[in-house]
Structures are given as structure tokens and as C-alpha cells.
Design a protein around this ligand. Sequence first.
Ligand code: SF4
Ligand code: SF4
Length: 323
Amino acid sequence: MNWYNMRYNMLGNTGIEVSELCLGTLIYGTLQSRMSPTESEPAIKRAIDCGINFFDTAKGYATYEHLRIGLDNFPNAVIASKSPVKTAQEMRTDVESCLRALRRETIDIFHLHLIKSIDDLHERTGALESLIKCKKEGLIRHIGISSHSIAGARSALKCADIEVVMPILNKRGLGIADGSRDEMVDAIRELRASGRAVYDMKALAGGHLIGDIPSAIEYVRDLDVFDSIAVGMKTAEEVEVMVGIFEGDLRARERALDMGRDRAGKKRLIVYDFICERCGSCISSCAQNALSMGEKAPVIDESLCILCGYCGESCPKFAIRVI
Ligand code: SF4
Ligand code: SF4
């Protein structure tokens, strides 16, 4: 029995109906909490019980196994995945490995991951053409892009094949690589007017807004521009609290504030300078320009870092990661 009252929206013109709250899985994988699929299973199962039907993942998150196990008895889940590759062959490989890992015949949305600009989109023409072919063959249903920048989000307006956009937006505008919060809102409104589906990433700014979750969520909801809002939720309790906030439950708001007080400042990026070889790979992988080379190892600008953990993926020595 479902005691919850989740709201559902059409995802742009895709014909897919998604819950307003989407479960983001970045938090479970190797870039962040390094939870096992068994550890994340209670949160995913609780999300389903609460009416969440939309799940966001990516090749780089390493969370396909978490989703496969969590969604075992829920074939109707809407799944979005992403890959940052540029060539057609690489993209084909990534779509096929996603299908195999999730044991599905089709993926609902497949994104070009972290598009920075129209030039970047052009450079990934091979990957995009591969997604168009995968769509014709029924391996994916819709093509999308995710982006941390206004220029990246706007690039979708130039390409009719892109139907879904996942831009970064939060109350403080943290993590937008090339402009202000309000400029990103303008870009999102244009995307909406063009008929694209838009769902939000980083409403809590990777944890920076955890001290006041209710108002951070209220900000993105009240804009009325998103079909869904992706939020990472580690435990079944976090799922219940977040669902309660979306439903206006005052006790959930209080609990979220308590949880935020407990956790504020605990999530952080660390660099093990005794392991670091100063190769600089993490610095170039950070879309936020939050890293610069210091004397022994990269130095973090905490005002720019959104704790996404992507730099960790690029480190050959495992010397940098979000804990
Ligand atoms: S420094 Fe790392 S965790 Fe911080 S924003 Fe850059 S890539 Fe993300
Ligand atoms: S990628 Fe790893 S080894 Fe290279 S500079 Fe960054 S932390 Fe150091």
C-alpha cells in the first residue's frame, strides 16, 4: 500500500510521466560514499514505496549494480544515464554496457554527460550520432545532455535531437561554471519554451545547502520550470524525509533541519598529498575550476567546489576524493 502522495509530471514532450522527486545515485558510488549495492538497496526500495519512479545514474557514478538490485521488482522505473565519451564506437559500447548492467532492453534517457558549450557538443557529434542510432534501434528512448554551465544547457536549443536537459541549479547558484543563478533560470525557461524536458541537478549544491534543505528545495520547486528534481538520498530515512518535504509535511521539514545540523560540514573533498604525484589530471577534470596546483598537491577552493567527486575519477593514484 502506498501512503504517500507523490506528484507526477510529464517529462517535456517525451510522453514519459515521472515523479517530481527523482532519486540521484551519484551519492552511492565510488565518487562519493562508496556504498555497496546491498547498502543502498533499502533507500532505493523505500523510494519506490514512496512513489518515486525516476532514477538518475551515469557510467562514471559506478551505480548500475546499485540500481539493478534496488529496482529488481520495479520494471516500470524510468532510468536516465550518461556518458562523457566523444566517439560513436565508445558511446555504443557505453549504451550496451548500461543495458547489460541494468538488465534492461531499453534505457529511457541517455545523456551526453557534462556538455560545456556548443563547441563541446560539436566535438561529440560521433557520440550523438550513435545515440540517434541507438534510439532508432530502440536501445534508448530519448537523448539528453547534462550540464554545469549556461552555455552547455543552451547548446541543446541548437540541436533538435536533444529532448531532455539536466542543468545544475540551486538557491545560491553554486556550481554554475559561467554565470549567475538568474541567467541559468533564463536559459532553463528558454529550454522549457522550446518543449525540452528539464530536470534539476544539485538542488542541495552537493551538500553545501544541507543546513536548510526545505528552503533549498522550495527555491527550485517554486520556479515551476522543472519536470523533476534529482536529489541524492543515502538511506530509507532520508528518502522519507525528502518525500515528506515535497508533500509539505511539517514534521519532515523539522527532521530535515535536524539532519542538516548533524551533517553540516561533514561531507568534504580531501587530497592525500603523500600519495599525489602532481600530475594535474584532477585539475583539468574540474568543471568548476575549484582546483589549482599547490606545493605538494592540488589545493581546493571551497567556495567553488560543489563536492561532485568527478575529480576523484580522474586521479590515477586515488589521491583525491569526497568523503
Ligand atoms: S574539485 Fe572535485 S569535487 Fe570539487 S567541484 Fe571540482 S571536480 Fe567536483
Ligand atoms: S589527479 Fe591525483 S595524482 Fe594527479 S594531481 Fe590530482 S590528486 Fe594528484
